[in-house]
Design a protein around this ligand. Structure first.
Ligand SMILES: [Zn+2]
Length: 60
């Protein structure tokens, strides 16, 4: 329990949970903003690859 973390009055960066900066809303810094942007972009490009048959060499 932590009463100090009142995100209602103090918006936090969704990435690192630091105090939000109005300039980079809703993030705390340009860095986090870029991270989220890259994550979003890569997410749209990336192909969900679960298991592509891992090559297993079993030589006894
Ligand atoms: Zn952040």
């Amino acid at each position: 329990m932590s009463d100090k973390q009142d995100s209602k009055n103090h918006p936090q960066c969704p990435l690192c949970e630091k105090p939000m900066a109005a300039e980079f809303k809703p993030f705390c810094s340009k860095r986090c903003k870029d991270v989220d942007l890259n994550r979003w972009l890569s997410g749209s490009y990336a192909i969900p690859s679960n298991e592509i048959g891992a090559p297993e060499d079993e030589e006894f």
